[in-house]
Design a protein around this ligand. Structure first.
Ligand code: SF4
Ligand code: SF4
Ligand code: SF4
Length: 179
């Protein structure tokens, strides 16, 4: 199993939300919901403060509580790419996964199943980048196999300071923000 993840350069993100619009369009995300969103965060302590603009989504955690707690097996980790997905035909809409996710990454689709970022697996399996990565005008997002030492994501993580979100939750998130 590969271990696909994302690296996002916060120095290049301008918060334009093109990633959010692209995702809604590509994935028919219903009005009032989103699979990705923009957060403005001030990090550090005075006088060493910096503003970070982040494009956030499901972190496709390696130790995913949403997968462990799902009573029907609807939430699972894809065997080829290590991506966390939901089988909408198996989902009963019980919301156990929503309660377990520290990132608030899931929502109940109006059709009754739980939905979230899929890392655009329908595109990735065709050799394309996720829609949000492909449209970013500043090219601040990178997608690839974290287990491949030669992938761009692996090289960036090795060469630049970075952080993941809420590591203390122990879910082993696979999105890394370059500082
Ligand atoms: Fe599950 Fe939330 Fe982690 Fe996504 S971010 S894999 S929904 S726990
Ligand atoms: Fe599983 Fe669906 Fe319940 Fe989430 S809402 S835990 S995916 S059955
Ligand atoms: Fe949306 Fe695809 Fe980007 Fe996930 S990877 S936020 S599903 S466009």
């Amino acid at each position: 199993m590969a271990r696909y993840g994302m690296v996002i350069d916060t120095k290049k993100c301008v918060g334009c939300a093109d990633c959010v619009v692209a995702c809604k369009t590509e994935n028919n995300v219903p009005d009032g919901y989103c699979r990705d969103w923009i957060v403005e965060d001030v990090r550090g302590a005075f006088p060493d403060l910096h503003m970070e603009i982040r494009s956030e989504r499901c972190n496709h955690c390696e130790n995913a509580p949403c997968v462990r707690c799902c009573p029907t097996g609807a939430s699972y980790t894809d065997e080829d790419y290590g991506v966390v997905l939901v089988d909408k035909d198996l989902c009963t809409g019980c919301k156990a996964c929503i309660a377990s996710c520290p990132y608030d990454a899931r929502y109940v689709h109006p059709e009754g199943y739980v939905d979230k970022c899929t890392f655009c697996m329908h595109r990735v399996r065709e050799g394309l980048d996720p829609a949000c990565v492909a449209v970013c005008p500043t090219k601040c997002m990178y997608f690839g196999d974290l287990d491949d030492a030669n992938s761009e994501v692996s090289k960036l993580i090795r060469s630049r300071p970075n952080h993941a979100l809420i590591p203390e939750a122990g879910t082993k998130p696979k999105i890394f923000y370059l500082l």
